[in-house]
Design a protein around this ligand. Structure first.
Ligand code: COA
Length: 171
C-alpha cells in the first residue's frame, strides 16, 4: 500500500539512494548527492501531502517499505500529474514490486485523483526503466528532449512518456 513519506523515513530514502548511479537515475542533478536531510524534509515532506501540488509515498508490502513514488507538478485545472522520484529499493527489484507499486500509483491517479494524463521522464541511458514503463505499464513515448542534463562532462537527454486515462489497463 502507498503510505505518505514522513520525516522519520529520511534514513530509509537516503539508503535507497546511496548508490550514485541510482541517485542520478531517480533525481538527476535536481538534488545534490548524497541526499541531505534538509532537502528531504523540504521536498518530500513539508511541500508534499497536497493533492493540488505534490504527493510523496513509500510503497509497503506487509508493512515492509520496498519502494517510493511521487506525483508532482499536479495540475487540477488540466487533470494532470507527473510521476517524479520513483524507485524500488535496490534489494527488492525484479520481484514484481515495481509493477505492483506503479499499479497502486496509477489507480490513485486515475481513479481517485481523476487525472486524465500522467507523465514522467526517463533518462535515455536508463534502458531498464524505459522498457518497464513501456512494456509493463503501457506508457507511450512522446519524444526525446535532447541534451537536457550534464553528467560527467557529457550531455544526456530524457524521454517523456505518458499514459492517458482511457489507455490505462488496471492489473
Ligand atoms: C525500474 C524499476 C522501478 C522496476 O521495478 P522492479 O521491481 O525491478 O520491476 P518488477 O520486478 O515489477 O518487473 C517489472 C518488469 O520488468 C522486467 N524486469 C525485471 N527485472 C529486469 C531486469 N533486470 N532487466 C530488464 N527487465 C526486468 C520484468 O520482467 C517485468 O516485466 P513484466 O511485468 O512485463 O513481466 C526498478 O528496477 C528501479 O527502481 N530501478 C532503479 C531506479 C530507476 O531507474 N527508477 C526509475 C527512474 S525514471
Amino acid at each position: 500500500m502507498l503510505v505518505p513519506l514522513q520525516k522519520e523515513d529520511f534514513e530509509l530514502v537516503a539508503g535507497w539512494l546511496a548508490d550514485p548511479e541510482d541517485h542520478f537515475k531517480v533525481c538527476g542533478n535536481a538534488f545534490a548527492y548524497p541526499l541531505q536531510r534538509e532537502i528531504y524534509d523540504a521536498f518530500f515532506v513539508d511541500m508534499a501531502g497536497d493533492p493540488n501540488l505534490r504527493l510523496c509515498y513509500k510503497y509497503c508490502v506487509d508493512d515492509r517499505p520496498v519502494g517510493m513514488a511521487h506525483f508532482t507538478r499536479i495540475d487540477r485545472k488540466n487533470d494532470f500529474g507527473h510521476i517524479g522520484v520513483a524507485m524500488v529499493a535496490p534489494d527488492a527489484r525484479s520481484t514484481g514490486h515495481g509493477r505492483a507499486m506503479f499499479s497502486a500509483l496509477l489507480e490513485l491517479g486515475f481513479n481517485e485523483l481523476k487525472f486524465h494524463r500522467i507523465d514522467l521522464n526517463v533518462f535515455e541511458s536508463n534502458a531498464r526503466a524505459l522498457a518497464f514503463y513501456r512494456r509493463t505499464l503501457g506508457f507511450k513515448v512522446e519524444g526525446l528532449a535532447r541534451d537536457t542534463i550534464k553528467k560527467d562532462g557529457a550531455y544526456l537527454g530524457w524521454y517523456t512518456l505518458s499514459l492517458l486515462a482511457d489507455e490505462w489497463q488496471p492489473s
